[in-house]
Each structure stands twice: as C-alpha cells, then as structure tokens.
Ligand binder design. Structure first.
Ligand code: SF4
Length: 270
C-alpha cells in the first residue's frame, strides 16, 4: 500500500448525487478494494500507477468550515472512498472533520462498509442531524470476501448497524450493489429488519473499467448466471430490474418495511 499525506485547502465539494448537497471524501483511494468499485475512475486524476485499492492519499484539512453557510445543508461522507477505511484508525481524518459539525444544524450522512464507524459514537451523539448507513449485498461471507476482499465481514457490519440503531441513531442498510442472481434481498430483509428500520436498494451498474473483472468473476464462480448477466449487461435490458423493483415494493409493504430505491440512478436528477 502506498500512502501519501498532504494538506488541502478545500475538502467540501458540491454534489449532484441525490443523497446530499455536498460531499466530503477524506481520502483518495479505498483499501476495501471492492471488485465492482466505480471510483476506480479517480486514478485518472492522480499520478498513481498502482491498482485501485493499492494506494491511499490522506487529506489533511486544517481549516474551519463556514458552519452558518452550511445550516440545513446535507453533507455526505463519502462518494469515492470509504471514510471509515482501516487507515482512518490511524489518521482520524473523518473523525477530525466530524467534530466540526457537533452542536450544529448541518445534516450529516455517512455511508460505510466498516464497523470502525462505531468508534465515533461519542461524536455522533452531539450531531443532531446525523444519519448512518451500512452497505452490504449478501449475508454469505464467502461471497462478500470475493466481491469486497478487504472490507469488514458481514457479521461485523450487522453488529455495527444494530448497535447504532439500538442507541437511537437514525440508521439504514443500503443493499448495494444488488448482484443479479446472487443478492437475495428477501433473505437480507428478513434477517435485518429488526437491526434498522430503513432500507435502500441500488442495482449493479457495469459501466466502468471494472466491467470485465465482474463478468470474469461471474464466469469463474457462477456459471449458471452467465446468460442472465449477458441479457442484462450485453443487451442492456432493464426488465430484470423493473421486475425486481416491483417485488421489493410488494415485499416491503407486506413486511411493513420503510424503503427507497436508487435503481437506474444515472436517470435520477435532483
Ligand atoms: S468501499 Fe466503496 S469506495 Fe471503497 S472500494 Fe468498495 S465500492 Fe469502492
């Protein structure tokens, strides 16, 4: 792992992603190394020759945020890294930034795959508008290991969301990305519906450099699904997702589960 650390003058970026007004990425790069990581495109903006997941840039931000200007705005941690990747334990960049939002009316949304998020509960209780999501797409840890080799196990994530929820924080599970034929959303909802009260769903998109890697993984490990992936990703049919979205809606209504969809998110406009 190549690690560089440097000072930055800005760290807050306006965003068009539907979940927020601004995004903060405390790092460039992400050691979780998910095989489907769309953020791989960030390598184009750096000089790194290493593969995605083998380098990390640590941003030191020593400025103060203009808190009055951010009142009621929503800031998302993060869009192209995991703010709680394992190196956050050492560098504490996310923790330092979050401290600035204590006792303010800024809305904070954190989406992570890591139970390291639990470390900062002492800060969260002083951020009145904070929401924390854990993402996962399987309960089978051998599949998790193949798709997200360096991210925390399924059990660690479930324990984390359960604890945060039990402590009264606003939490959700993000089923993302949903792998056709692999992600069993009903099994996840049945298991986790007492761990949090909100669920969001996002389909797997294969538009980046990671497309051949994911398709190779399917050919090597899930031969029976090859024709399904061809149908969805070679011929770009969206019927599979339309049917699944309807099924999710029916199931969530039956189970009285609060849910939201980020399917086909390239079409979402704020
Ligand atoms: S956790 Fe997110 S940013 Fe990090 S490698 Fe996985 S998909 Fe990419």
């Amino acid at each position: 792992m190549t690690i560089t650390e440097y000072d930055v003058k800005t760290i807050l970026t306006k965003t068009r992603i539907p979940a927020g007004d601004y995004v903060i990425n405390p790092y460039i790069g992400c050691p979780h190394k998910c095989i489907y990581c769309y953020a791989d495109f960030m390598r184009r903006f750096t000089q790194h020759k290493e593969k995605w997941g083998d380098f990390l840039e640590v941003k030191r931000y020593n400025q103060r945020f203009n808190i009055p200007a951010l009142r009621h705005k929503k800031i998302v941690f993060s869009s192209v890294t995991d703010a709680y990747n394992p190196y956050e334990r050492t560098f504490c960049v996310t923790r330092g930034l979050l401290r600035q939002f204590m006792h303010t009316e800024v809305k904070i949304e954190i989406l992570t795959k890591s139970d390291l998020v639990l470390r900062d509960r002492d800060i969260f209780k002083y951020i009145p508008n904070i929401r924390i999501g854990i993402s996962l797409n399987t309960l089978d840890d051998s599949i998790r290991k193949a798709l997200e080799p360096h991210a925390p196990s399924v059990n660690r994530r479930l324990n984390a969301i359960k604890l945060l929820h039990d402590e009264g924080l606003d939490t959700y599970i993000f089923l993302s990305p949903i792998f056709p034929g692999i992600t069993d959303f009903k099994e996840i909802l049945r298991t986790c519906k007492t761990y949090t009260n909100q669920f969001y769903f996002e389909n797997l998109n294969l538009r980046g450099a990671f497309r051949p890697i994911v398709l190779q993984y399917i050919r090597d490990n899930h031969k029976a699904l090859v024709s399904l992936y061809d149908e969805i990703y070679k011929y770009n049919t969206i019927e599979y997702w339309q049917i699944m979205e309807k099924e999710i809606g029916v199931f969530c209504r039956e189970q009285n589960i609060q849910w939201g969809s980020y399917f086909y998110h390239e079409k979402i406009r704020k």
